[in-house]
Design a protein. Sequence first.
Length: 60
Amino acid sequence: MTKENKFIPYKIANFSSEELIEKSKKYFQEINKRRSVRDFSNRAIPKEVIENIIKTAGSA
């Protein structure tokens, strides 16, 4: 699973004030839906899903 990733430069997106306000409202609505997990499923998760989650965390 260890693979050398190329550096990807960050491209800054320029949004108007109105777009920023709308995006921030939508972001809040999505984040506000999140809740703590207090119960877990015994459903199996495909290995590829776990690998993709780890790659995503590693790109932060």
